[in-house]
Design a protein around this ligand. Structure first.
Ligand SMILES: Cc1cc2nc3c(=O)[nH]c(=O)nc-3n(C[C@H](O)[C@H](O)[C@H](O)COP(=O)(O)OP(=O)(O)OC[C@H]3O[C@@H](n4cnc5c(N)ncnc54)[C@H](O)[C@@H]3O)c2cc1C
Length: 242
């Protein structure tokens, strides 16, 4: 962890947008400047609040920084744009050099070092974003933790950070990644359709001491899978909804 100033604000504070890069057709990563020696005061999985003014009204939404916790000088948000989404569209419409009002970080369903030795992540679409900082943290710190990611999307084009996850799976024997697509391309060899109990049994760590799961995605998926996971034997306290 970097030493230096740890930033946490209760009130909305303007942060300069210093860079942005596309991730998929509807998702981009936005980099916000911090003082050179400063980092956000957060654990992997904690979130900030973006405050936007839309049609004269203030609206706010939570976003989990995707950048590695402890990074100084900047932090990043990875945001999926919803066509009719107030705040996601507001963020996507910002240009480099403009500011965005952000408060926090706030405590979310976060990772604490030592909490588990086996971690499963079940993500649907942009539900991957709260998990990115946890996955990056465990890999970067070379923690003795085995990770399994089950990532459900509609199409290949919707898979956020696909290259990063597939590279991690090649380079780290302790990182496993299994994609599930609703509309797979011809020749697709991984999961197809919905995330089923059999699929979870095959691609998650088994329940037991030392296992935790993070589950995040569209509410119908989360509701359905929470029940499925309990039926597979994962205790309620081992299922974290960021
Ligand atoms: C703790 C937490 C962390 C989050 N982190 C991130 C993040 O890092 N990146 C990110 O992109 N999002 C993240 N989200 C979701 C984010 O807070 C907003 O809900 C999302 O950006 C949509 O807000 P909006 O104002 O653009 O859309 P709204 O104006 O609220 O809604 C517009 C339309 O989008 C649909 N919609 C809204 N939210 C979702 C959703 N989550 N999934 C599917 N459809 C939806 C609504 O049904 C509606 O049709 C997080 C949510 C939580 C609770």
């Amino acid at each position: 962890m970097a030493e230096g100033v740890r930033i946490r604000t209760k009130t909305p504070t303007p942060y300069f947008l210093s860079a942005r890069r596309p991730e998929t057709h509807d998702t981009a990563t936005f980099r916000f400047a911090l003082p050179a020696d400063a980092t956000l005061d957060m654990l992997p999985g904690d979130y900030v609040t973006v405050h936007a003014t839309v049609n004269g009204k203030t609206v706010k939404r939570p976003y989990t920084p995707s950048s590695l916790v402890g990074t100084t000088g900047w932090f990043e948000l990875t945001v999926k744009r919803y066509a009719t989404g107030l705040v996601s569209t507001y963020v996507h419409d910002r240009r480099v050099g403009e500011t965005v009002e952000i408060s926090g970080p706030h405590t979310g369903g976060h990772w604490v070092d030592g909490m588990a030795t086996r971690v499963g992540f079940i993500a649907g679409g942009s539900g991957i974003t709260p998990m990115v900082s946890i996955i990056r943290w465990i890999l970067a710190k070379r923690l003795p933790v085995e990770q399994w990611l089950v990532f459900a999307n509609k199409t290949e084009a919707d898979i956020i950070l696909r290259e990063e996850f597939e590279r991690a799976a090649r380079e780290h024997p302790t990182f496993h990644c299994y994609h599930v697509l609703g509309q797979p391309p011809a020749g697709w060899s991984m999961g197809v359709g919905r995330v089923t109990p059999d699929l979870l049994r095959a691609h998650l760590p088994p329940p037991g001491p030392g296992t935790v799961l993070f589950l995040c995605g569209p509410p119908p998926m989360v509701d359905a899978l929470e029940g499925t996971l309990k039926a597979l034997g994962y205790p309620e306290q081992a299922i974290i909804l960021p």
